[in-house]
Structures are given as C-alpha cells and as structure tokens.
Design a protein around this ligand. Structure first.
Ligand code: B16
Ligand code: MG
Length: 219
C-alpha cells in the first residue's frame, strides 16, 4: 500500500542543472579545464565532492583533497549566489500540481536530495509547505547510488520502503531507490532512467492519475 512519496529536488521539482553548469564552467575556465554539457550531465544527482572528481578525471588531472575542497567551495559560492534569481516561477512544469495533489489526498511527502543547498532552493520556490520531511546532503554521509537518503526519508515518515514511491531524474538516483527496496518513477530519457518502475519524459506527464493507474494494485 503506497502511503508516501520521496522526491529528488534538482531535475524533478526544479531544474538547477543549468545553474550548476554555469558555476562549474566558470571554475573550469579559470582552471583551464575542459568542461561541457555532456560532462555536466554526468554530475546529475551526485555530490559536490564527487562532481569535482568526475571533472578532474575527465581532464586526466588529480589534486590533493584540501585543494579539491577549496575549489568545490568556490564553485558552491557561485552556485549559491545564482540561486537568488530563483523564484516560485521556477518549478518544473507539473511539479507543483503533483505536490499540491498529494497534499490534498493526504499522502506523506519527503525530500531526498543530494544537495547541501536544498533548504535554500525550497525557500526560493516557496515549497516547504509540500514536505513533511527534508532529507538533503546534510542528512546522510553515503550519497546515491547508496539508498541512505531515501531510507532516511522513509524512516522519518515512519514508513517502510515498499510503502513509498521515489521520484528521480538521475541514473544513480534510480539505482539508490531500487537498492533501498522503493518503487521508483524516473523523469527523463530511457538511457538514463529506463530502469525505473515507471518513466516519464517530463514531470508534466507525471500526474497522480497516471501514477495510480500504473501502480493500481498498490493504492
Ligand atoms: P550541492 P539532487 C544534486 O541534487 C544535483 O543533481 C547534483 O548535480 C549536485 O552535484 C548535488 O545535488 C550536490 O549539490 O553542491 O548543492 O550540495 O538531484 O540530488 O536534488
Ligand atoms: Mg536530481
């Protein structure tokens, strides 16, 4: 029986990928690193420190941990400053409608994001009202594809994984949901989230009606 939903943030509720890209690109240009949208897409859902390691691997470069932390902090300052321009107009189409519908029907809802800036993003969107529990990059130490962030959300909601549906746009996020024993909905192309139990190209298609129709024996 489905009683709860756990939502990833970036790429599901709102699209911060472009803001992450601009901040990483600015750092990469300063450092003389190659960085483009293809590399940026590999950073979807993974933590800040893992992200900088992916960028360095792409450039066949390595740096000591202290330098990595300093550079990742610099990128984060640029990213956080850019979040000031985000407003409640920046929900992905369909996301606010689904969250509102879940509230109306009394489902339990948690956030399960890898981002350490999730609280600020939720504030900018005015989205706190939709969530009973906030799981973010500060909540657990092992990031996706480990299931910890979703297990954290389910535990705080006092639900079992099999009572929850996870929404994710990242390959590692669907891996994490499956590893934790959750039902999963993937948002994005087949080659990225085709392994989810149910997939939509966009959040606009992910209505509660469609979800209930697919998982009909669970409602
Ligand atoms: P921060 P999600 C993830 O958020 C992003 O998809 C990913 O690109 C980013 O590196 C990660 O958050 C960490 O973000 O630097 O703000 O802590 O998709 O899990 O909501
Ligand atoms: Mg995401």
């Amino acid at each position: 029986m489905i009683k709860g939903f756990i939502f990833d943030l970036d790429g599901v509720i709102t699209d911060t990928a472009e803001l992450h890209y601009e901040a990483w690109k600015s750092l990469a240009d300063e450092m003389g690193w190659d960085f483009d949208q293809v590399v940026n897409d590999k950073l979807r859902g993974i933590s800040r420190m893992d992200s900088i390691k992916v960028i360095l691997d792409h450039n066949n470069t390595s740096l000591d941990e202290d330098t990595l932390v300093k550079l990742a902090t610099k990128k984060n300052e640029l990213y956080v400053a850019s979040l000031d321009q985000m407003t409640p107009d920046n929900y992905l189409p369909g996301a606010r409608e689904l969250l509102t519908h879940l509230r109306t029907e009394g489902f339990n809802v948690a956030l399960g994001s890898a981002s350490k800036n999730a609280v600020k993003v939720l504030q900018q969107l005015n989205a706190n009202i939709y969530f009973d529990v906030i799981g973010d990059g500060h909540s657990v130490s092992k990031s996706k594809p480990e299931p910890d962030i979703f297990l954290y959300g389910a535990e705080k909601l006092k639900l079992q994984p099999e009572e929850c549906i996870v929404f994710e746009d990242a390959e590692s996020g669907i891996d994490a949901a499956k590893a934790g024993g959750f039902y999963s909905v993937g948002i994005g192309p087949k080659d990225r989230v085709g392994h989810a139990d149910l997939r939509f190209d966009t959040m606009g298609e992910a209505t509660l009606f469609e979800i209930k129709s697919h998982f009909k024996d669970l409602f």
